[in-house]
Ligand binder design. Structure first.
Ligand SMILES: Cc1cc2nc3c(=O)[nH]c(=O)nc-3n(C[C@H](O)[C@H](O)[C@H](O)COP(=O)(O)OP(=O)(O)OC[C@H]3O[C@@H](n4cnc5c(N)ncnc54)[C@H](O)[C@@H]3O)c2cc1C
Length: 484
């Protein structure tokens, strides 16, 4: 008798290489039914934002093409995952479903529901790890508690990190029976039509496993050299840009980790400072997931409880100016416009714009995180929530609230040639370098020569830096008062 099929439920693991669930299903020798479920119910308010939906469409297309090259294809189905997967198991006669584990609070709840629904009807559920280097339960402090501070977490990860054996790429796969129906990807309307605002995103990225591997090759092939310094300079291509690929699982963190370690081995030596600095960022990604997994309220509530009393000021006019990149501070406007155009923003600039929003404008970090959620192609509940809380000073092991970035000084330090500002704020392209980060201070004849009219061709600053800083520090004082 033919073996019953195994369903492989793809989620944030849209790849064929180093995919434990897929490798196990193929190794079992049974027919494999690969499926992606577009579930608009389970994530609740954390449905992917507009930029992520654009990426998801492209990534699913790419995964389907890769599967077709191996004789299979991706089945697309829409609806709540437990019901859809139970129906598919009935239809195909599958006796098992394999998937890679998720860590978002809604994903954890969904997996519990799946076990109940599917095992109840005799379908075996097997969950594999696929998105992280370490499972959040496996990294514990000496007393068996989750970590709240990065450095000991980092050291624990380094101690646990060994050369990992990657799962082999799968070869050919059996055909999915014709009777299994699949939605047309276009019918999910993940991408914008009228208007199609995604031209800049499409020009900037190649979603899918091949695009991810090309970025990894660039990293191992030279981009890593100088990373420790270059990673702070938004005007150059100095970081991996792997974040959306990692978020959608087009490449696994184990593949990235191994590539960096192997590149060091090939040079016959131990890790250099650039490689170490890069791997440290991968561990920040682990730390964010560790925090989200253990403190599930992280996306909504401050980790440091006293911040629930923080006297935020919700000025929609200021929020809109920030979102549109019209604050009058060039480095901030450049970042917000890079985000809007390409769906991505350089990490240093993410920190500067986030600090400006929560400190100079006193707007709650949740509003900034929401905007990022909708506009980033790498929007990731763990990384986004943990990073916003880190900047706002209310997170685990966060930057102190009273450390307030000055956007002009940050611009001068990290965009010293003004390359980044000139690329994203073209109306300042003719400003002399000395005033590119604070154009409102330029003399009238310099502004005239650069064809800049403050308040007309480029906005005047929406808040004075000194006044904004003072207001932020006064607001912070409230936290020092005893709670009622
Ligand atoms: C306010 C704010 C919001 C952010 N929101 C997100 C988000 O939604 N999704 C997201 O992936 N990253 C987020 N980050 C973290 C970081 O900015 C991006 O991961 C990084 O810019 C991606 O570029 P890269 O791939 O070239 O990074 P690289 O420097 O090449 O780093 C390699 C990988 O390490 C991880 N990484 C790097 N920095 C961090 C970090 N600080 N925290 C966690 N992981 C990190 C990413 O997966 C990244 O791809 C946010 C940072 C800030 C300050």
């Amino acid at each position: 008798m033919a073996a019953a099929p195994i369903i492989v439920w793809f989620r944030q693991d849209l790849r064929l290489h180093d995919h434990a669930a897929l490798a196990a299903a193929v190794a079992a020798g049974a027919p494999v039914v690969p499926v992606y479920v577009f579930d608009e119910e389970s994530p609740g308010k954390w449905m992917p934002g507009a930029a992520s939906r654009w990426w998801l469409h492209e990534s699913l297309k790419s995964l389907d093409t890769s599967l077709r090259k191996r004789g299979s294809h991706l089945v697309l189905a829409r609806g709540p995952a437990p019901a859809v997967l139970a129906d598919l198991a009935r239809e195909t006669g599958a006796r098992a479903i394999y998937w890679s584990r998720g860590y978002e609070p809604w994903a954890v709840r969904l997996e519990r529901a799946l076990y109940r629904t599917l095992e109840g009807v005799g379908v075996r559920c097997r969950r594999f790890s696929g998105s992280l280097l370490f499972e959040p339960e496996d990294i514990k402090s000496g007393v068996g508690e989750p970590y709240k501070v990065f450095t000991p977490f980092y050291k624990a990860c380094l101690n646990a990190a060994q050369s990992v054996q990657l799962h082999k790429a799968i070869g050919s796969m059996p055909r999915v029976p014709d009777r299994i129906e699949s939605d047309a990807l276009e019918s999910w309307e993940l991408q914008p039509k009228n208007p199609d605002w995604a031209g800049g995103i499409s020009a900037a990225w190649t979603p899918g496993e091949a695009g991810a591997n090309a970025r990894l090759d660039a990293l191992a092939g030279g981009l890593l050299k100088g990373y420790r310094t270059n990673r702070d300079l938004p005007g150059i291509d100095g970081t991996s840009r792997l974040s959306p690929h990692l978020h959608f699982g087009e490449i696994s963190p184990r593949q990235v980790w191994n590539a960096v370690v192997n590149a060091a081995d090939a040079k016959g030596g131990s890790l250099d400072a650039d490689s170490e600095s890069f791997l440290r960022e991968l561990i920040w990604r682990e730390f964010s997931h560790h925090l989200l997994f253990h403190w599930m309220h992280f996306p909504e509530k401050p980790f440091r409880h006293e911040f629930t009393r923080f006297p935020w000021d919700n000025d929609p006019r200021l929020l809109a100016a920030w979102q549109q990149g019209r604050t009058g501070y060039p480095i901030i406007d450049a970042g917000m416009r890079e985000l809007w155009t390409t769906g991505w923003m350089h990490n240093r600039v993410r920190m500067i714009v986030a600090s400006f929003l929560v400190k100079h404008l006193l707007i709650p970090w949740q509003d900034g995180a929401r905007w990022f959620w909708d506009t980033l192609v790498d929007a990731d509940l763990a990384n986004n929530s943990a990073s916003w809380q880190w900047v706002a000073g209310c997170g685990a092991d966060a930057a102190p609230y009273f450390r307030i970035f000055n956007p002009v000084l940050q611009g001068k330090k990290f965009d010293p040639d003004g390359l980044y500002v000139k690329a994203w704020v073209p109306e300042l392209a003719k400003m002399p370098l000395a005033r590119i980060h604070d154009p409102w201070k330029a003399k009238a004849q310099i502004l005239e020569k650069a064809r800049v009219k403050i308040g007309e061709t480029y906005p005047a600053p929406i808040v004075a830096l000194d006044a904004g800083r003072k207001r932020a520090l006064e607001a912070y004082e409230v936290l020092k008062e005893p709670a009622d």
